[in-house]
Design a protein around this ligand. Structure first.
Ligand code: AMP
Ligand code: ZN
Length: 465
């Protein structure tokens, strides 16, 4: 069976056929003004499963991810503050320091979640000339206009504007008369280059351009950088579903506008949201949870990975502590099962029986990355006593090239569940300020040959003494 992927552009699952020998993939990266929340991380987990599946299926992949460190305004209507400048004001640091700090934090998060790094990271601020060049191309093609605060893309010049989101442009126009009055010709028009404010307030990030000193709009970085590293026509572009109506719609308008309407990306893939209390998790909202917050509650990062794999990426996933608890219990059972099998000898199992499991796993993951079915295939394999324990472990490790649950390390040089439970209990005692209990637990952990260390900024780590 070929790898089937759901394409947002056609609203169908399609057999995946790469353009050339290497699959070229672009995924929209983080805006580094704050920690990533676990909703953001769900999207990067889905993209990681995509990359791993492509490689499992024998494709070579060139994966590019951007870092947005300029130009992302708090409102999608090209108004409001720059998220980076706002982050800098909140923390009393320079924008550059904020960007560096949260980029490092992001890389640390994805490492803890076993998310592979892209082949190329690209920062928006390192690619200002490329963005200016693309805006100049659009200008030459007559697709832009300038107003007081910047240069805008004229969406009325593009017949198929909004095709990805199937936007109803007439309805948009009718619904947004106020915005049109603000100077844009059409409500869907968007900024390519914003001029620095003339009120004397100095921006920390601004550059000279043919249109004056200012900074690029958010969307232009992704079309300019993806085309630089992947070419004018490439295979797959991903992000969260919120990117469909604005960010990705505008990226398509820019890229296809710049090449004279050549098709740009073959397959568009979008991850559904992680929701909490039925609301979306947003970096600016109250229900904001980081990976570290889960760790502080005693959950290993890979338990969150397991939780995400239990839902298909195109379905909403409701976050709750009960769901985390149940993921922990499944993850622990998986660990125990693998450790148990590692300690058992035995022969048995025809090659054909193992092959049946391998096929079931491939069918699951090739069905638009169905991780719930892939997990079920993993469990079916582990419980199949007709197959020798060592063979089951070997095959589970092969499946883990896609799942990324760290199966190869289970049972080897790791913290036993009992010690982890004591450390969690100690953390809870500390949270209640019960120092006597927390000290007693620390001693008990030490007696059993492990050390628990508190980390700067919260959380703890356990290691062998
Ligand atoms: P940002 O750093 O805000 O640009 O977002 C990074 C990625 O996370 C984007 O692909 C968003 O579409 C995605 N995203 C934002 N909120 C959520 C959420 N609650 N659940 C899943 N993905 C999200
Ligand atoms: Zn993007």
């Amino acid at each position: 069976m070929p790898l089937m992927l759901y394409n947002t552009l056609t609203r169908r699952k399609e057999p995946f056929a790469p353009i050339g020998e290497t699959v070229k993939l672009y995924t929209c990266g983080p805006t580094v003004y704050h920690y990533a929340h676990i909703g953001n991380l769900r999207t990067y987990l889905f993209e990681d499963i995509l990359v791993r599946t492509l490689r499992y299926d024998g494709f070579s992949v060139r994966h590019v991810m951007n870092i947005t460190d300029v130009g992302h305004l708090t409102s999608d209507a090209d108004e409001g503050e720059d998220k980076m400048e706002k982050g800098a004001a909140r923390e009393g640091k320079s924008v550059w320091d904020v960007a560096r700090f949260y980029t490092d934090a992001f890389k640390d998060d994805i490492r803890r979640l076993n998310i592979g790094e892209p082949d190329i990271w690209c920062k928006a601020t390192d690619h200002i000339p490329e963005q200016i060049a693309q805006i100049e191309t659009l200008e030459r093609r007559g697709l832009t206009y300038a107003i007081g605060d910047g240069v805008y893309f004229d969406t009325a010049k593009v017949d198929d504007y909004g095709k990805l989101a199937r936007l109803d442009i007439e309805k948009l126009k009718a619904g947004a008369r106020v915005e049109v009055a603000s100077g844009k010709r059409n409500p869907a028009d968007f900024a390519l280059w914003k001029l620095s404010p003339t009120d004397g307030a100095k921006r920390q990030m601004e550059w000279d351009s043919p249109w004056g000193t200012g900074f690029p709009g958010w969307h232009i970085e992704c079309s300019a950088m993806s085309m630089k590293y992947l070419g004018e026509h490439f295979d797959i572009h991903c992000g969260g579903i919120d990117h469909i109506p604005v960010h990705h719609t505008n990226e398509i308008a820019q890229a296809e506008g710049a090449t004279g309407r050549k098709p740009w990306v073959n397959v568009w893939m979008h991850g559904e949201f992680l929701v909490i209390d039925k609301g979306k998790m947003a970096k600016s909202g109250d229900n904001f949870l980081t990976l570290q917050a889960l760790v502080d509650k005693g959950y290993a990062p890979l338990v969150y990975r397991y939780l995400c794999l239990t839902a298909h990426y195109r379905q909403q996933l409701g976050f709750s502590w009960e769901a985390m608890e149940s993921a922990r219990s499944s993850y622990e059972s998986l660990r125990n099962k693998i450790v148990d099998l590692k300690g058992k000898s035995g022969i048995g199992g025809e090659r054909s029986e193992a092959k049946a499991h391998e096929d079931a796993f491939a069918r699951a993951i090739d069905d638009d990355l169905s991780t719930p079915k892939a997990l079920a295939a993993l469990w079916d394999l582990l419980r199949d006593d007709a197959i020798a324990p060592a063979q089951r472990v070997a095959l589970a490790q092969r499946f883990d090239e896609v799942l990324g649950l760290g199966i190869a390390r289970f049972g080897e040089d790791e913290i036993p569940a009992q010690i982890a439970a004591l450390a969690r209990e100690r953390e809870q005692a500390r949270a209640r300020k019960d120092w006597k209990r927390s000290d007693a637990l620390r001693d008990e952990i030490r007696e059993r040959g492990y050390l628990v260390e508190d980390r700067d900024g919260g959380g703890y780590a356990v290691r062998k003494a």
